[in-house]
Ligand binder design. Structure first.
Ligand SMILES: [Fe+2]
Length: 177
């Protein structure tokens, strides 16, 4: 049960007794997902870091909070799969599009798109909730693929970071679903 109801109309409804099918992993609840504590953010590029919230190795997909405290860059890459984003704070965009995202803005990137993510200098840090399907395919200046980044690379980065700062690699494993 969550917090007990007081005046809410649904206070007498009984919770479902067996909500999980056999073998189903528990849900995830992370308070303060976009937390203001640098330790949770895994360096992704020189200027942008990521707090993992949910990781699916089998779907090659993850959810995170992308953070840039000042101007930031995730250099050019191609997405064979979709990307969803919701802007919590700050200002960001893709060099390839004519919009600029600020707090409250939703973004969907269609599979088959290449882009360059930029964060602006802004009084508030860029904090964006992303749902990413891997891989990202890194592109050179001519648009040729010269590397990739998928969920396994992400897991590796996260494990190494949480080990290094003393939170332990388990901090990543417990996000797997
Ligand atoms: Fe991207």
């Amino acid at each position: 049960m969550p917090e007990a109801a007081t005046t809410e109309f649904w206070r007498d409804i009984k919770p479902i007794g067996n909500p999980f099918k056999p073998g189903v992993l528990p849900e995830v609840h992370i308070p303060n997902a976009a937390i203001d504590d640098d330790r949770y953010y895994v360096p992704f590029t020189e200027t942008v870091s990521s707090r993992p919230l949910w990781i699916s190795p089998t779907q090659n997909r993850w959810c995170d909070i992308l953070l840039a405290k000042k101007a930031g860059l995730v250099n050019r890459h191609y997405h064979p799969h979709q990307v969803f984003a919701y802007t919590i704070s700050g200002k960001w965009g893709y060099l390839e599009h004519d919009w600029t995202a600020t707090a409250g803005d939703f973004v969907y990137e269609t599979p088959g798109e290449s882009h360059t993510l930029v964060a602006y200098d802004h009084p508030d840090p860029m904090r964006v909730f992303f749902i990413v399907s891997g891989p990202l395919m890194w592109l050179d200046e001519d648009g040729n693929v010269n590397g990739h980044f998928d969920v396994h690379d992400y897991i590796g980065l996260c494990r190494a970071h949480y080990e290094k700062i003393g939170m332990g690699a388990d901090h990543v494993t417990k996000l797997f679903r």
